[in-house]
Design a protein around this ligand. Structure first.
Ligand code: UDP
Length: 476
Protein backbone atom coordinates (compact mmCIF):
# COMPACT_ATOMS: atom_id res chain seq x y z
CA UNK A 1 0.00 0.00 0.00
CA UNK A 2 1.22 3.50 -0.86
CA UNK A 3 2.32 5.55 2.17
CA UNK A 4 -0.35 8.19 2.79
CA UNK A 5 0.78 11.73 3.48
CA UNK A 6 -1.48 13.67 5.85
CA UNK A 7 -1.17 17.43 6.29
CA UNK A 8 -2.51 18.79 9.57
CA UNK A 9 -3.46 22.44 10.13
CA UNK A 10 -4.19 23.46 13.69
CA UNK A 11 -5.46 26.88 14.67
CA UNK A 12 -3.60 29.23 16.93
CA UNK A 13 -4.39 28.06 20.43
CA UNK A 14 -2.64 25.57 22.69
CA UNK A 15 -5.84 23.57 23.10
CA UNK A 16 -5.96 23.10 19.31
CA UNK A 17 -2.23 22.70 18.66
CA UNK A 18 -1.43 20.14 21.39
CA UNK A 19 -3.82 17.42 20.17
CA UNK A 20 -2.87 18.06 16.52
CA UNK A 21 0.79 17.36 17.25
CA UNK A 22 -0.24 14.24 19.13
CA UNK A 23 -2.38 13.19 16.17
CA UNK A 24 0.58 13.68 13.83
CA UNK A 25 2.69 11.47 16.12
CA UNK A 26 -0.03 8.82 16.08
CA UNK A 27 -0.20 8.86 12.28
CA UNK A 28 3.57 8.48 12.09
CA UNK A 29 3.63 5.56 14.53
CA UNK A 30 1.06 3.90 12.28
CA UNK A 31 3.22 4.20 9.19
CA UNK A 32 1.82 7.39 7.64
CA UNK A 33 3.71 10.51 6.72
CA UNK A 34 2.59 13.67 8.55
CA UNK A 35 3.33 17.35 8.07
CA UNK A 36 1.99 20.14 10.26
CA UNK A 37 1.40 23.60 8.86
CA UNK A 38 2.00 25.90 11.81
CA UNK A 39 2.58 29.54 12.61
CA UNK A 40 6.01 30.44 14.06
CA UNK A 41 4.78 31.01 17.62
CA UNK A 42 3.38 27.48 17.79
CA UNK A 43 6.30 25.69 16.16
CA UNK A 44 8.57 25.10 19.19
CA UNK A 45 7.03 21.79 20.35
CA UNK A 46 7.19 20.52 16.75
CA UNK A 47 10.88 21.35 16.31
CA UNK A 48 11.54 19.79 19.74
CA UNK A 49 9.75 16.63 18.63
CA UNK A 50 11.84 16.65 15.44
CA UNK A 51 15.08 17.00 17.37
CA UNK A 52 14.11 14.08 19.58
CA UNK A 53 13.88 11.94 16.45
CA UNK A 54 10.26 12.19 15.34
CA UNK A 55 9.99 12.41 11.58
CA UNK A 56 7.23 14.96 11.52
CA UNK A 57 7.25 17.57 8.77
CA UNK A 58 6.84 21.26 9.57
CA UNK A 59 5.81 23.95 7.10
CA UNK A 60 5.70 27.44 8.52
CA UNK A 61 3.22 30.08 7.55
CA UNK A 62 3.66 33.62 8.88
CA UNK A 63 1.07 34.97 11.28
CA UNK A 64 -0.26 37.61 11.19
CA UNK A 65 -0.13 37.10 7.42
CA UNK A 66 1.11 39.83 5.13
CA UNK A 67 -1.47 42.55 4.60
CA UNK A 68 -3.29 41.79 7.85
CA UNK A 69 -4.26 44.69 10.12
CA UNK A 70 -3.61 42.57 13.20
CA UNK A 71 -0.78 43.92 15.38
CA UNK A 72 2.29 41.68 14.89
CA UNK A 73 2.44 40.64 18.55
CA UNK A 74 -1.07 39.14 18.48
CA UNK A 75 -0.51 35.51 17.59
CA UNK A 76 -2.85 33.32 19.63
CA UNK A 77 -6.52 33.03 20.62
CA UNK A 78 -5.99 34.05 24.22
CA UNK A 79 -4.90 37.47 22.98
CA UNK A 80 -8.26 38.22 21.33
CA UNK A 81 -9.28 40.33 24.27
CA UNK A 82 -11.62 42.84 22.60
CA UNK A 83 -14.02 42.88 19.64
CA UNK A 84 -11.64 44.83 17.42
CA UNK A 85 -8.78 42.35 17.93
CA UNK A 86 -11.19 39.44 17.54
CA UNK A 87 -12.41 40.78 14.23
CA UNK A 88 -8.87 41.34 12.94
CA UNK A 89 -7.71 37.97 14.24
CA UNK A 90 -10.49 36.06 12.51
CA UNK A 91 -9.85 37.94 9.29
CA UNK A 92 -6.14 37.12 9.58
CA UNK A 93 -7.01 33.43 9.93
CA UNK A 94 -9.00 33.64 6.69
CA UNK A 95 -6.04 35.26 5.00
CA UNK A 96 -3.93 32.16 5.67
CA UNK A 97 -5.68 30.38 2.83
CA UNK A 98 -3.29 31.53 0.09
CA UNK A 99 -0.10 30.59 1.88
CA UNK A 100 -1.57 27.26 2.99
CA UNK A 101 -2.56 26.47 -0.59
CA UNK A 102 0.94 27.32 -1.78
CA UNK A 103 2.28 24.79 0.74
CA UNK A 104 -0.26 22.19 -0.37
CA UNK A 105 0.75 22.77 -3.97
CA UNK A 106 4.28 21.95 -2.96
CA UNK A 107 3.54 18.96 -0.70
CA UNK A 108 0.69 17.35 -2.64
CA UNK A 109 -0.63 15.35 0.36
CA UNK A 110 -3.32 12.67 0.28
CA UNK A 111 -5.49 14.15 3.01
CA UNK A 112 -5.97 17.33 5.00
CA UNK A 113 -6.87 17.34 8.67
CA UNK A 114 -7.82 20.88 9.56
CA UNK A 115 -9.10 22.73 12.55
CA UNK A 116 -12.77 23.64 12.88
CA UNK A 117 -11.91 27.36 12.78
CA UNK A 118 -10.40 27.10 9.28
CA UNK A 119 -13.54 26.45 7.21
CA UNK A 120 -11.90 27.66 3.98
CA UNK A 121 -9.64 24.61 4.18
CA UNK A 122 -12.58 22.52 2.87
CA UNK A 123 -12.27 24.46 -0.41
CA UNK A 124 -8.50 24.11 -0.35
CA UNK A 125 -8.78 20.33 -0.03
CA UNK A 126 -11.29 20.23 -2.88
CA UNK A 127 -8.91 22.24 -5.10
CA UNK A 128 -6.30 19.55 -4.65
CA UNK A 129 -8.79 16.70 -5.01
CA UNK A 130 -8.14 15.37 -1.51
CA UNK A 131 -10.48 14.71 1.43
CA UNK A 132 -10.68 17.15 4.31
CA UNK A 133 -11.17 15.75 7.78
CA UNK A 134 -12.37 18.34 10.29
CA UNK A 135 -11.02 18.42 13.83
CA UNK A 136 -13.28 20.06 16.40
CA UNK A 137 -11.14 18.99 19.34
CA UNK A 138 -14.13 18.20 21.53
CA UNK A 139 -16.30 15.31 22.68
CA UNK A 140 -19.01 13.57 20.69
CA UNK A 141 -21.26 14.51 23.56
CA UNK A 142 -20.79 18.22 23.02
CA UNK A 143 -21.08 17.84 19.23
CA UNK A 144 -24.45 16.13 19.75
CA UNK A 145 -25.68 18.71 22.28
CA UNK A 146 -24.62 21.63 20.03
CA UNK A 147 -26.35 20.05 17.09
CA UNK A 148 -29.64 19.66 18.96
CA UNK A 149 -29.49 23.17 20.40
CA UNK A 150 -28.78 24.69 17.03
CA UNK A 151 -31.41 22.69 15.24
CA UNK A 152 -34.25 22.57 17.75
CA UNK A 153 -33.62 25.74 19.80
CA UNK A 154 -35.03 24.12 22.98
CA UNK A 155 -34.11 27.21 25.03
CA UNK A 156 -37.16 28.89 23.47
CA UNK A 157 -39.35 26.79 25.74
CA UNK A 158 -38.24 28.66 28.87
CA UNK A 159 -38.88 32.24 29.87
CA UNK A 160 -36.08 32.81 32.37
CA UNK A 161 -32.41 32.00 32.79
CA UNK A 162 -33.08 30.05 35.97
CA UNK A 163 -35.50 27.60 34.38
CA UNK A 164 -33.75 24.53 32.96
CA UNK A 165 -34.64 23.31 29.47
CA UNK A 166 -34.32 19.77 28.18
CA UNK A 167 -32.00 19.14 25.25
CA UNK A 168 -34.26 16.87 23.20
CA UNK A 169 -33.43 13.76 21.24
CA UNK A 170 -30.32 12.66 23.15
CA UNK A 171 -29.54 9.29 24.73
CA UNK A 172 -29.75 10.84 28.25
CA UNK A 173 -32.01 13.45 29.78
CA UNK A 174 -29.71 16.47 29.68
CA UNK A 175 -30.91 19.85 30.92
CA UNK A 176 -29.18 23.20 30.70
CA UNK A 177 -29.87 26.81 31.57
CA UNK A 178 -30.13 29.45 28.90
CA UNK A 179 -27.35 31.32 30.69
CA UNK A 180 -25.01 28.36 30.19
CA UNK A 181 -25.02 28.34 26.42
CA UNK A 182 -23.18 30.55 24.01
CA UNK A 183 -25.04 33.72 22.96
CA UNK A 184 -24.33 32.66 19.36
CA UNK A 185 -27.02 30.01 19.77
CA UNK A 186 -29.50 32.44 21.29
CA UNK A 187 -29.33 35.43 19.01
CA UNK A 188 -29.44 35.88 15.31
CA UNK A 189 -26.23 37.81 15.50
CA UNK A 190 -23.97 38.82 12.66
CA UNK A 191 -20.89 39.38 14.78
CA UNK A 192 -17.58 37.88 13.65
CA UNK A 193 -17.85 34.65 15.60
CA UNK A 194 -21.44 34.11 14.49
CA UNK A 195 -20.28 34.50 10.87
CA UNK A 196 -17.44 32.07 11.44
CA UNK A 197 -19.84 29.48 12.87
CA UNK A 198 -22.04 29.81 9.79
CA UNK A 199 -18.99 29.28 7.56
CA UNK A 200 -18.04 26.22 9.61
CA UNK A 201 -21.49 24.72 9.04
CA UNK A 202 -21.25 25.43 5.32
CA UNK A 203 -17.78 23.88 5.20
CA UNK A 204 -19.14 20.68 6.70
CA UNK A 205 -21.04 20.06 3.50
CA UNK A 206 -17.72 19.86 1.66
CA UNK A 207 -15.94 17.95 4.43
CA UNK A 208 -15.28 14.22 4.20
CA UNK A 209 -15.63 13.47 7.90
CA UNK A 210 -14.35 14.21 11.33
CA UNK A 211 -11.58 12.83 13.51
CA UNK A 212 -12.52 12.89 17.17
CA UNK A 213 -10.17 12.94 20.13
CA UNK A 214 -12.16 10.50 22.21
CA UNK A 215 -12.66 6.76 22.62
CA UNK A 216 -15.78 4.76 22.08
CA UNK A 217 -16.06 3.28 25.57
CA UNK A 218 -16.22 6.77 27.09
CA UNK A 219 -19.26 7.99 25.18
CA UNK A 220 -20.45 5.20 22.91
CA UNK A 221 -24.09 6.34 22.96
CA UNK A 222 -23.02 9.75 21.66
CA UNK A 223 -20.58 8.37 19.09
CA UNK A 224 -23.46 6.28 17.75
CA UNK A 225 -25.87 9.21 17.87
CA UNK A 226 -23.43 11.43 16.02
CA UNK A 227 -22.76 8.90 13.29
CA UNK A 228 -26.12 7.19 12.96
CA UNK A 229 -28.75 9.75 14.00
CA UNK A 230 -27.10 13.00 12.97
CA UNK A 231 -25.52 11.03 10.15
CA UNK A 232 -21.97 12.32 10.01
CA UNK A 233 -18.90 10.31 9.19
CA UNK A 234 -16.55 10.34 12.16
CA UNK A 235 -13.73 8.30 13.67
CA UNK A 236 -12.82 8.39 17.35
CA UNK A 237 -9.09 7.65 17.48
CA UNK A 238 -8.04 8.87 20.93
CA UNK A 239 -7.24 9.70 23.59
CA UNK A 240 -4.47 11.19 21.48
CA UNK A 241 -2.31 11.93 24.49
CA UNK A 242 -2.02 8.19 25.11
CA UNK A 243 -1.29 7.33 21.49
CA UNK A 244 2.01 9.03 21.03
CA UNK A 245 4.95 6.90 22.05
CA UNK A 246 7.06 9.90 22.96
CA UNK A 247 8.65 10.47 26.30
CA UNK A 248 6.04 11.59 28.81
CA UNK A 249 8.08 14.55 29.98
CA UNK A 250 8.29 16.07 26.54
CA UNK A 251 7.06 19.67 26.35
CA UNK A 252 3.31 19.97 25.77
CA UNK A 253 2.34 23.43 24.62
CA UNK A 254 4.53 25.99 26.36
CA UNK A 255 7.52 25.54 28.62
CA UNK A 256 6.65 24.98 32.26
CA UNK A 257 6.79 27.98 34.53
CA UNK A 258 7.91 25.74 37.38
CA UNK A 259 10.93 23.48 37.66
CA UNK A 260 9.40 20.05 37.10
CA UNK A 261 11.63 18.33 39.69
CA UNK A 262 10.59 20.88 42.27
CA UNK A 263 6.96 20.25 41.40
CA UNK A 264 7.41 16.47 41.61
CA UNK A 265 9.19 16.61 44.94
CA UNK A 266 6.40 18.79 46.33
CA UNK A 267 3.91 16.17 45.15
CA UNK A 268 6.09 13.33 46.52
CA UNK A 269 5.77 14.88 49.97
CA UNK A 270 1.98 14.43 49.91
CA UNK A 271 -0.06 11.29 50.58
CA UNK A 272 -1.90 9.58 47.66
CA UNK A 273 -5.15 11.19 46.51
CA UNK A 274 -4.85 14.20 48.79
CA UNK A 275 -4.00 17.01 46.35
CA UNK A 276 -6.46 18.88 44.19
CA UNK A 277 -5.07 20.33 40.96
CA UNK A 278 -6.78 23.54 39.80
CA UNK A 279 -6.33 24.87 36.27
CA UNK A 280 -8.60 26.66 33.79
CA UNK A 281 -6.69 25.86 30.61
CA UNK A 282 -4.97 28.23 28.23
CA UNK A 283 -7.66 30.77 27.34
CA UNK A 284 -10.17 31.21 30.19
CA UNK A 285 -9.28 33.65 32.94
CA UNK A 286 -10.73 34.48 36.34
CA UNK A 287 -11.73 38.02 37.31
CA UNK A 288 -9.89 39.51 40.27
CA UNK A 289 -12.94 38.89 42.46
CA UNK A 290 -13.11 35.30 41.25
CA UNK A 291 -9.45 34.73 42.03
CA UNK A 292 -10.04 36.04 45.56
CA UNK A 293 -13.02 33.74 46.09
CA UNK A 294 -11.11 30.78 44.70
CA UNK A 295 -8.21 31.42 47.08
CA UNK A 296 -10.59 31.68 50.03
CA UNK A 297 -12.44 28.54 48.93
CA UNK A 298 -9.27 26.50 48.56
CA UNK A 299 -8.12 27.67 51.96
CA UNK A 300 -11.46 26.86 53.57
CA UNK A 301 -11.52 23.37 52.00
CA UNK A 302 -8.54 22.38 54.16
CA UNK A 303 -7.18 20.26 51.28
CA UNK A 304 -3.77 20.28 49.60
CA UNK A 305 -3.77 22.04 46.25
CA UNK A 306 -1.76 23.05 43.21
CA UNK A 307 -3.33 26.11 41.64
CA UNK A 308 -2.38 27.43 38.22
CA UNK A 309 -2.82 31.19 37.89
CA UNK A 310 -2.40 32.59 34.40
CA UNK A 311 0.70 34.70 33.95
CA UNK A 312 -1.08 37.91 32.93
CA UNK A 313 -2.59 38.03 36.41
CA UNK A 314 0.84 38.04 37.98
CA UNK A 315 1.47 41.75 37.51
CA UNK A 316 -1.41 42.62 39.77
CA UNK A 317 -1.92 40.35 42.75
CA UNK A 318 -4.34 42.58 44.64
CA UNK A 319 -6.79 39.72 44.55
CA UNK A 320 -4.66 37.60 46.86
CA UNK A 321 -6.16 37.54 50.38
CA UNK A 322 -3.79 39.05 52.92
CA UNK A 323 -1.39 36.41 54.28
CA UNK A 324 -2.89 33.70 52.03
CA UNK A 325 0.35 32.20 50.75
CA UNK A 326 1.82 32.17 54.22
CA UNK A 327 -1.19 30.39 55.71
CA UNK A 328 -1.29 27.68 53.05
CA UNK A 329 2.50 27.38 52.79
CA UNK A 330 2.59 23.66 53.63
CA UNK A 331 -0.34 22.57 51.59
CA UNK A 332 -0.68 24.90 48.64
CA UNK A 333 1.51 25.44 45.58
CA UNK A 334 0.71 28.26 43.16
CA UNK A 335 2.08 27.99 39.64
CA UNK A 336 2.12 31.33 37.86
CA UNK A 337 2.05 30.65 34.15
CA UNK A 338 2.20 27.33 32.31
CA UNK A 339 1.98 24.13 34.37
CA UNK A 340 3.16 20.64 33.37
CA UNK A 341 -0.45 19.53 33.60
CA UNK A 342 -0.30 15.93 32.42
CA UNK A 343 2.70 15.22 34.64
CA UNK A 344 0.87 16.64 37.67
CA UNK A 345 -2.41 14.87 36.97
CA UNK A 346 -0.64 11.53 36.75
CA UNK A 347 1.10 11.82 40.10
CA UNK A 348 -0.29 9.48 42.77
CA UNK A 349 -0.75 12.38 45.20
CA UNK A 350 -3.31 14.05 42.94
CA UNK A 351 -6.81 13.06 44.00
CA UNK A 352 -8.94 15.49 41.99
CA UNK A 353 -8.90 18.03 39.18
CA UNK A 354 -10.76 21.34 39.26
CA UNK A 355 -11.15 21.92 35.53
CA UNK A 356 -12.80 24.42 33.21
CA UNK A 357 -13.85 21.41 31.09
CA UNK A 358 -11.90 22.27 27.97
CA UNK A 359 -11.95 18.94 26.18
CA UNK A 360 -8.20 18.32 26.33
CA UNK A 361 -8.16 18.91 30.06
CA UNK A 362 -11.25 16.78 30.58
CA UNK A 363 -9.70 13.92 28.65
CA UNK A 364 -6.41 14.34 30.50
CA UNK A 365 -8.39 14.01 33.74
CA UNK A 366 -10.08 10.88 32.38
CA UNK A 367 -6.73 9.36 31.37
CA UNK A 368 -5.29 10.10 34.80
CA UNK A 369 -8.30 8.45 36.47
CA UNK A 370 -9.07 11.39 38.75
CA UNK A 371 -12.49 12.70 39.79
CA UNK A 372 -13.20 16.27 38.72
CA UNK A 373 -14.75 19.45 39.99
CA UNK A 374 -16.27 20.96 36.88
CA UNK A 375 -16.03 24.72 36.47
CA UNK A 376 -16.98 25.59 32.90
CA UNK A 377 -16.48 29.16 31.67
CA UNK A 378 -17.32 29.45 27.96
CA UNK A 379 -17.17 27.69 24.55
CA UNK A 380 -18.66 24.17 24.84
CA UNK A 381 -17.35 23.71 28.37
CA UNK A 382 -20.83 23.62 29.98
CA UNK A 383 -21.67 20.64 27.74
CA UNK A 384 -18.55 18.73 28.75
CA UNK A 385 -19.47 19.40 32.38
CA UNK A 386 -22.72 17.48 31.85
CA UNK A 387 -20.86 14.54 30.36
CA UNK A 388 -18.59 14.32 33.41
CA UNK A 389 -21.14 14.93 36.14
CA UNK A 390 -24.26 13.30 34.70
CA UNK A 391 -23.18 10.67 32.20
CA UNK A 392 -19.82 9.43 33.49
CA UNK A 393 -20.50 10.16 37.16
CA UNK A 394 -16.89 11.09 37.78
CA UNK A 395 -17.25 14.64 39.02
CA UNK A 396 -19.25 17.30 40.79
CA UNK A 397 -20.13 20.74 39.53
CA UNK A 398 -18.88 23.87 41.27
CA UNK A 399 -22.20 25.38 40.21
CA UNK A 400 -21.22 28.01 37.67
CA UNK A 401 -24.37 29.09 35.86
CA UNK A 402 -23.11 31.78 33.56
CA UNK A 403 -21.37 31.43 30.18
CA UNK A 404 -19.05 34.44 29.88
CA UNK A 405 -16.59 34.80 27.04
CA UNK A 406 -13.32 33.88 28.70
CA UNK A 407 -13.59 35.38 32.17
CA UNK A 408 -15.22 33.48 34.99
CA UNK A 409 -16.86 35.29 37.86
CA UNK A 410 -19.60 34.76 40.40
CA UNK A 411 -18.62 31.41 41.93
CA UNK A 412 -18.45 31.89 45.67
CA UNK A 413 -15.85 30.58 48.10
CA UNK A 414 -18.30 28.22 49.83
CA UNK A 415 -19.12 26.55 46.52
CA UNK A 416 -15.41 26.06 45.80
CA UNK A 417 -14.72 24.63 49.27
CA UNK A 418 -17.77 22.35 49.17
CA UNK A 419 -16.97 20.90 45.75
CA UNK A 420 -13.28 20.34 46.55
CA UNK A 421 -14.11 18.59 49.82
CA UNK A 422 -16.74 16.49 48.08
CA UNK A 423 -14.35 15.01 45.49
CA UNK A 424 -11.45 14.46 47.88
CA UNK A 425 -13.06 13.34 51.14
CA UNK A 426 -16.85 13.38 50.58
CA UNK A 427 -19.13 10.36 50.96
CA UNK A 428 -19.18 9.70 47.23
CA UNK A 429 -15.45 10.28 46.63
CA UNK A 430 -14.39 6.63 46.75
CA UNK A 431 -17.06 5.54 44.29
CA UNK A 432 -16.27 8.47 41.96
CA UNK A 433 -12.59 7.54 42.04
CA UNK A 434 -13.42 3.92 41.29
CA UNK A 435 -15.42 4.96 38.24
CA UNK A 436 -12.69 7.36 37.14
CA UNK A 437 -10.06 4.60 37.44
CA UNK A 438 -12.27 2.36 35.35
CA UNK A 439 -12.37 4.91 32.51
CA UNK A 440 -8.60 5.30 32.77
CA UNK A 441 -8.20 1.55 32.14
CA UNK A 442 -10.64 1.67 29.23
CA UNK A 443 -8.75 4.60 27.71
CA UNK A 444 -5.50 2.66 27.80
CA UNK A 445 -7.09 -0.38 26.18
CA UNK A 446 -8.74 1.70 23.46
CA UNK A 447 -5.40 2.79 22.00
CA UNK A 448 -3.64 -0.56 22.31
CA UNK A 449 -3.35 -2.83 19.31
CA UNK A 450 -6.81 -4.31 18.75
CA UNK A 451 -8.49 -1.61 20.88
CA UNK A 452 -11.43 0.42 19.61
CA UNK A 453 -9.47 3.57 18.70
CA UNK A 454 -6.68 1.52 17.17
CA UNK A 455 -9.18 -0.27 14.97
CA UNK A 456 -10.98 2.94 14.06
CA UNK A 457 -7.74 4.38 12.77
CA UNK A 458 -7.20 1.22 10.70
CA UNK A 459 -10.63 1.75 9.15
CA UNK A 460 -9.90 5.40 8.48
CA UNK A 461 -6.54 4.65 6.84
CA UNK A 462 -8.18 2.03 4.67
CA UNK A 463 -10.89 4.44 3.61
CA UNK A 464 -8.41 7.19 2.82
CA UNK A 465 -6.34 4.78 0.76
CA UNK A 466 -9.38 4.04 -1.38
CA UNK A 467 -10.44 7.68 -1.69
CA UNK A 468 -11.46 8.87 -5.11
CA UNK A 469 -12.20 12.58 -5.47
CA UNK A 470 -15.79 13.33 -6.47
CA UNK A 471 -16.21 14.47 -10.03
CA UNK A 472 -18.11 17.66 -10.94
CA UNK A 473 -21.08 15.43 -11.77
CA UNK A 474 -21.08 13.89 -8.27
CA UNK A 475 -21.15 17.26 -6.60
CA UNK A 476 -23.94 18.71 -8.78
N1 UDP B 1 -2.19 23.18 29.62
C1 UDP B 1 -1.00 22.92 30.24
N2 UDP B 1 -0.59 23.77 31.21
C2 UDP B 1 -1.30 24.85 31.61
C3 UDP B 1 -2.53 25.11 30.96
C4 UDP B 1 -2.95 24.25 29.98
O1 UDP B 1 -0.31 21.94 29.91
O2 UDP B 1 -0.87 25.57 32.50
C5 UDP B 1 -2.64 22.30 28.52
C6 UDP B 1 -3.63 21.26 28.98
O3 UDP B 1 -2.95 20.14 29.45
C7 UDP B 1 -4.43 21.03 27.72
C8 UDP B 1 -4.39 22.35 26.98
O4 UDP B 1 -3.31 23.08 27.54
O5 UDP B 1 -3.78 20.05 26.93
C9 UDP B 1 -5.65 23.17 27.17
O6 UDP B 1 -6.64 22.66 26.38
P1 UDP B 1 -8.14 22.57 26.86
O7 UDP B 1 -8.92 21.99 25.74
O8 UDP B 1 -8.24 21.86 28.14
O9 UDP B 1 -8.58 24.06 27.15
P2 UDP B 1 -8.41 25.45 26.38
O10 UDP B 1 -7.12 25.99 26.81
O11 UDP B 1 -8.46 25.15 24.90
O12 UDP B 1 -9.57 26.22 26.88
Amino acid sequence: MKQLHIVLIPSMAQGHMIPMLEMAKLFITRGLKATIIATPSFSAPITKAQSSGLEVGLALTPFPPQGSSLPPNIVSFDQMTNPDLTSKFLRAMEMLQDSVEAILQDLRPDCLVSDMFLPWSADSAAKFGIPRLAFYGTSYFSRCVSDQIELRKPFNSVTSDSEPFLVPGLPHEITLLRSQISPFFLEESDNDFAKLFKQMNEAWKKTYGEVVNSFNELESAYANHYKNVIGRKAWEIGPLLLCSTSDKNQQRGKESAIDEHECLSWLDSKKPNTVVYVCAGSVATFSQAQLRETAAGLEASGQNFIWVVRKNKEEDEDWMPLGFEERVRNRGLIIRGWAPQVMILNHAAVGAFVTHCGWNSTLEGVCAGVPMVTWPVFAEQFFNEKLVTEVLGTGVSVGNKRWILRESEGVERDAVARAVEEVIVGGGAVEMRRRAQNYKEMAKKAVEEGGSSYNNLNDLIEELSDYVAPTKQDTN
